[in-house]
Design a protein around this ligand. Structure first.
Ligand code: IP8
Length: 253
Protein backbone atom coordinates (compact mmCIF):
# COMPACT_ATOMS: atom_id res chain seq x y z
CA UNK A 1 0.00 0.00 0.00
CA UNK A 2 1.27 3.48 -0.91
CA UNK A 3 -0.71 5.63 1.48
CA UNK A 4 -1.98 9.13 0.96
CA UNK A 5 -0.75 11.68 3.48
CA UNK A 6 -2.95 14.70 4.13
CA UNK A 7 -1.78 17.60 6.25
CA UNK A 8 -4.39 19.91 7.68
CA UNK A 9 -2.66 23.22 8.31
CA UNK A 10 -3.03 24.62 11.80
CA UNK A 11 -4.30 27.91 10.32
CA UNK A 12 -7.06 25.99 8.55
CA UNK A 13 -8.54 24.23 11.58
CA UNK A 14 -7.90 26.87 14.27
CA UNK A 15 -8.40 30.60 14.67
CA UNK A 16 -4.74 31.54 14.53
CA UNK A 17 -5.24 34.93 16.15
CA UNK A 18 -6.84 33.63 19.36
CA UNK A 19 -5.00 31.25 21.68
CA UNK A 20 -6.34 27.69 21.77
CA UNK A 21 -9.38 28.47 19.62
CA UNK A 22 -10.71 25.89 17.19
CA UNK A 23 -12.26 26.77 13.83
CA UNK A 24 -15.00 24.22 14.32
CA UNK A 25 -16.70 24.82 10.96
CA UNK A 26 -13.47 24.37 9.04
CA UNK A 27 -12.62 21.20 10.97
CA UNK A 28 -16.12 19.83 10.34
CA UNK A 29 -15.76 20.49 6.62
CA UNK A 30 -12.36 18.76 6.53
CA UNK A 31 -13.71 15.79 8.48
CA UNK A 32 -16.69 15.58 6.08
CA UNK A 33 -14.34 15.47 3.08
CA UNK A 34 -12.20 12.75 4.69
CA UNK A 35 -15.23 10.67 5.69
CA UNK A 36 -16.73 10.96 2.18
CA UNK A 37 -13.46 9.89 0.55
CA UNK A 38 -13.14 6.88 2.88
CA UNK A 39 -16.73 5.90 2.26
CA UNK A 40 -16.62 6.14 -1.54
CA UNK A 41 -13.31 4.24 -1.63
CA UNK A 42 -11.31 6.95 -3.40
CA UNK A 43 -8.67 6.71 -0.69
CA UNK A 44 -7.77 3.50 1.13
CA UNK A 45 -4.63 4.09 3.22
CA UNK A 46 -4.80 7.57 4.71
CA UNK A 47 -2.49 9.26 7.20
CA UNK A 48 -3.60 12.63 8.57
CA UNK A 49 -1.11 15.11 10.03
CA UNK A 50 -2.23 18.39 11.54
CA UNK A 51 -0.35 21.52 12.43
CA UNK A 52 -0.37 23.63 15.57
CA UNK A 53 -2.27 26.81 14.73
CA UNK A 54 -3.29 28.76 17.81
CA UNK A 55 -2.70 25.71 20.03
CA UNK A 56 0.98 24.76 19.62
CA UNK A 57 2.35 27.99 18.19
CA UNK A 58 0.88 30.15 20.93
CA UNK A 59 2.59 28.17 23.70
CA UNK A 60 5.80 27.68 21.71
CA UNK A 61 6.27 31.40 21.15
CA UNK A 62 5.45 32.17 24.81
CA UNK A 63 8.18 29.72 25.84
CA UNK A 64 10.62 30.97 23.18
CA UNK A 65 10.83 27.50 21.65
CA UNK A 66 11.15 26.86 17.91
CA UNK A 67 12.52 24.21 15.58
CA UNK A 68 16.03 25.41 16.45
CA UNK A 69 15.67 27.02 19.92
CA UNK A 70 15.06 24.45 22.63
CA UNK A 71 14.19 24.40 26.31
CA UNK A 72 14.93 22.04 29.18
CA UNK A 73 11.90 23.32 31.09
CA UNK A 74 9.55 20.34 31.30
CA UNK A 75 6.57 22.55 32.21
CA UNK A 76 7.02 24.53 28.98
CA UNK A 77 7.36 21.29 27.01
CA UNK A 78 4.16 19.94 28.56
CA UNK A 79 2.29 23.19 27.87
CA UNK A 80 3.10 22.95 24.14
CA UNK A 81 2.59 19.18 23.93
CA UNK A 82 -0.61 19.33 25.98
CA UNK A 83 -2.11 21.99 23.72
CA UNK A 84 -1.28 19.85 20.69
CA UNK A 85 -2.88 16.81 22.27
CA UNK A 86 -6.01 18.87 22.95
CA UNK A 87 -6.17 19.88 19.29
CA UNK A 88 -5.48 16.28 18.25
CA UNK A 89 -8.40 15.15 20.41
CA UNK A 90 -10.69 17.61 18.60
CA UNK A 91 -9.55 16.24 15.23
CA UNK A 92 -10.02 12.64 16.36
CA UNK A 93 -13.49 13.21 17.75
CA UNK A 94 -14.73 15.02 14.61
CA UNK A 95 -13.47 12.08 12.53
CA UNK A 96 -14.99 9.50 14.89
CA UNK A 97 -18.36 11.28 14.72
CA UNK A 98 -18.28 10.51 10.98
CA UNK A 99 -17.23 6.88 11.35
CA UNK A 100 -13.57 7.39 10.41
CA UNK A 101 -11.41 4.95 12.46
CA UNK A 102 -8.82 7.52 13.51
CA UNK A 103 -6.08 6.79 16.05
CA UNK A 104 -3.64 9.28 17.63
CA UNK A 105 0.13 9.12 17.15
CA UNK A 106 1.99 11.56 19.39
CA UNK A 107 5.43 12.34 17.93
CA UNK A 108 6.96 13.34 21.31
CA UNK A 109 6.77 9.69 22.33
CA UNK A 110 7.80 8.36 18.93
CA UNK A 111 11.04 10.04 17.96
CA UNK A 112 13.98 12.35 18.67
CA UNK A 113 16.43 14.69 16.96
CA UNK A 114 20.19 14.24 17.05
CA UNK A 115 22.72 17.01 17.67
CA UNK A 116 22.79 17.80 13.93
CA UNK A 117 19.02 18.37 14.00
CA UNK A 118 18.24 15.20 12.03
CA UNK A 119 14.95 13.57 12.93
CA UNK A 120 14.70 9.90 13.84
CA UNK A 121 11.01 9.00 13.86
CA UNK A 122 10.27 5.34 13.17
CA UNK A 123 6.84 4.85 11.60
CA UNK A 124 6.31 1.10 12.04
CA UNK A 125 3.29 1.73 14.27
CA UNK A 126 1.76 3.98 11.58
CA UNK A 127 2.27 1.29 8.92
CA UNK A 128 0.65 -1.36 11.13
CA UNK A 129 -2.29 0.91 11.93
CA UNK A 130 -2.79 1.49 8.20
CA UNK A 131 -2.63 -2.23 7.53
CA UNK A 132 -5.35 -2.77 10.14
CA UNK A 133 -7.61 -0.20 8.50
CA UNK A 134 -7.07 2.69 10.90
CA UNK A 135 -6.40 6.31 9.99
CA UNK A 136 -3.35 7.43 12.02
CA UNK A 137 -3.54 11.10 13.00
CA UNK A 138 -0.16 12.69 13.78
CA UNK A 139 0.49 16.29 14.73
CA UNK A 140 3.19 18.92 15.06
CA UNK A 141 4.70 18.53 18.50
CA UNK A 142 7.76 19.05 20.66
CA UNK A 143 10.52 16.51 20.37
CA UNK A 144 13.57 15.60 22.46
CA UNK A 145 16.64 17.08 20.80
CA UNK A 146 20.21 16.16 21.67
CA UNK A 147 21.96 19.14 23.31
CA UNK A 148 18.85 21.39 23.32
CA UNK A 149 16.23 19.78 25.55
CA UNK A 150 13.09 19.82 23.42
CA UNK A 151 12.46 21.71 20.18
CA UNK A 152 9.40 22.13 17.95
CA UNK A 153 8.73 19.48 15.32
CA UNK A 154 6.56 20.89 12.54
CA UNK A 155 3.81 18.94 10.88
CA UNK A 156 5.53 19.54 7.54
CA UNK A 157 8.66 17.74 8.73
CA UNK A 158 6.49 14.87 9.93
CA UNK A 159 4.85 14.74 6.50
CA UNK A 160 8.23 14.58 4.77
CA UNK A 161 9.60 11.89 7.08
CA UNK A 162 6.44 9.78 7.06
CA UNK A 163 6.08 10.10 3.27
CA UNK A 164 9.58 8.73 2.74
CA UNK A 165 9.36 5.95 5.31
CA UNK A 166 5.88 4.82 4.26
CA UNK A 167 6.55 5.25 0.51
CA UNK A 168 3.55 7.56 0.23
CA UNK A 169 1.87 7.65 -3.15
CA UNK A 170 0.39 11.12 -2.75
CA UNK A 171 0.93 14.00 -0.36
CA UNK A 172 -1.45 16.90 0.17
CA UNK A 173 -1.02 20.05 2.22
CA UNK A 174 -4.22 21.90 2.95
CA UNK A 175 -3.40 25.54 3.62
CA UNK A 176 -5.53 28.68 4.04
CA UNK A 177 -4.63 29.77 0.49
CA UNK A 178 -5.61 27.87 -2.69
CA UNK A 179 -1.99 26.98 -3.55
CA UNK A 180 1.42 28.62 -3.74
CA UNK A 181 0.72 32.10 -5.03
CA UNK A 182 2.81 34.24 -7.36
CA UNK A 183 3.29 37.96 -6.74
CA UNK A 184 0.01 38.72 -8.57
CA UNK A 185 -1.86 36.40 -6.21
CA UNK A 186 -2.39 33.68 -8.82
CA UNK A 187 -1.82 30.01 -8.04
CA UNK A 188 1.45 28.65 -9.45
CA UNK A 189 0.32 25.35 -11.03
CA UNK A 190 3.63 23.48 -10.72
CA UNK A 191 6.95 23.93 -8.91
CA UNK A 192 9.89 21.66 -9.75
CA UNK A 193 12.69 23.72 -8.15
CA UNK A 194 12.75 26.32 -5.37
CA UNK A 195 13.99 28.92 -7.85
CA UNK A 196 10.67 28.58 -9.76
CA UNK A 197 8.86 30.26 -6.91
CA UNK A 198 11.58 31.94 -4.85
CA UNK A 199 10.46 35.47 -5.70
CA UNK A 200 6.92 34.78 -4.60
CA UNK A 201 7.74 33.01 -1.34
CA UNK A 202 8.04 35.00 1.85
CA UNK A 203 7.83 34.01 5.50
CA UNK A 204 4.59 33.26 7.30
CA UNK A 205 2.05 36.08 7.55
CA UNK A 206 1.33 35.25 11.18
CA UNK A 207 3.94 36.24 13.76
CA UNK A 208 3.25 33.34 16.08
CA UNK A 209 4.13 30.69 13.47
CA UNK A 210 7.43 29.39 14.80
CA UNK A 211 8.07 26.92 11.99
CA UNK A 212 8.03 29.24 8.98
CA UNK A 213 5.54 29.75 6.20
CA UNK A 214 5.07 28.63 2.64
CA UNK A 215 8.77 28.82 1.74
CA UNK A 216 9.62 26.18 4.35
CA UNK A 217 6.76 23.99 3.12
CA UNK A 218 7.91 24.16 -0.50
CA UNK A 219 11.49 23.33 0.40
CA UNK A 220 10.39 20.28 2.38
CA UNK A 221 7.99 19.09 -0.33
CA UNK A 222 10.64 19.41 -3.04
CA UNK A 223 12.67 16.82 -1.11
CA UNK A 224 9.95 14.20 -1.39
CA UNK A 225 9.96 11.21 -3.72
CA UNK A 226 6.18 11.58 -4.21
CA UNK A 227 4.41 14.51 -5.87
CA UNK A 228 2.75 16.87 -3.41
CA UNK A 229 -0.18 19.23 -3.76
CA UNK A 230 -0.74 22.48 -1.87
CA UNK A 231 -4.37 23.58 -1.93
CA UNK A 232 -7.05 25.39 0.03
CA UNK A 233 -9.73 24.00 2.36
CA UNK A 234 -12.34 23.74 -0.40
CA UNK A 235 -10.16 21.28 -2.32
CA UNK A 236 -9.62 18.56 0.31
CA UNK A 237 -12.28 16.37 -1.31
CA UNK A 238 -10.88 16.89 -4.82
CA UNK A 239 -7.38 15.95 -3.64
CA UNK A 240 -8.61 12.81 -1.88
CA UNK A 241 -10.57 11.88 -5.03
CA UNK A 242 -7.30 11.81 -6.99
CA UNK A 243 -7.28 15.31 -8.55
CA UNK A 244 -4.31 17.68 -8.30
CA UNK A 245 -5.85 20.95 -7.10
CA UNK A 246 -3.76 24.03 -6.31
CA UNK A 247 0.01 23.76 -6.79
CA UNK A 248 1.75 20.49 -7.61
CA UNK A 249 5.30 20.27 -6.25
CA UNK A 250 7.64 17.62 -7.58
CA UNK A 251 11.32 17.71 -6.76
CA UNK A 252 12.18 14.82 -9.07
CA UNK A 253 15.94 14.71 -9.49
O1 IP8 B 1 1.96 24.05 12.61
C1 IP8 B 1 3.99 23.06 14.84
O2 IP8 B 1 3.43 22.37 13.74
P1 IP8 B 1 3.13 23.15 12.39
C2 IP8 B 1 3.54 22.46 16.16
O3 IP8 B 1 2.89 22.10 11.37
C3 IP8 B 1 3.94 23.24 17.36
O4 IP8 B 1 4.35 23.95 12.05
C4 IP8 B 1 4.10 22.49 18.59
C5 IP8 B 1 4.10 24.53 17.40
Amino acid sequence: MNPTILKLGGSVITDKDRAETLDGDALDAAADAIADAMENGSVSGLVVVHGGGSFGHHHASEAGVSTTEGTTDAADAIAIHGAMKTLNQFVLSRLHERGVPALPVNPLSAGARDAEGDLDMPTGQVATMLGEGFVPVLHGDVIATEGKGITVLSGDEIVTTAAEQLSAGRVGLCSTVPGVLDTDGDVIPEITAFADAAGALGGSDADADVTGGMAAKVRELLDLGAPASVFGPDDIGAFLDGDTPGTTIRGGD
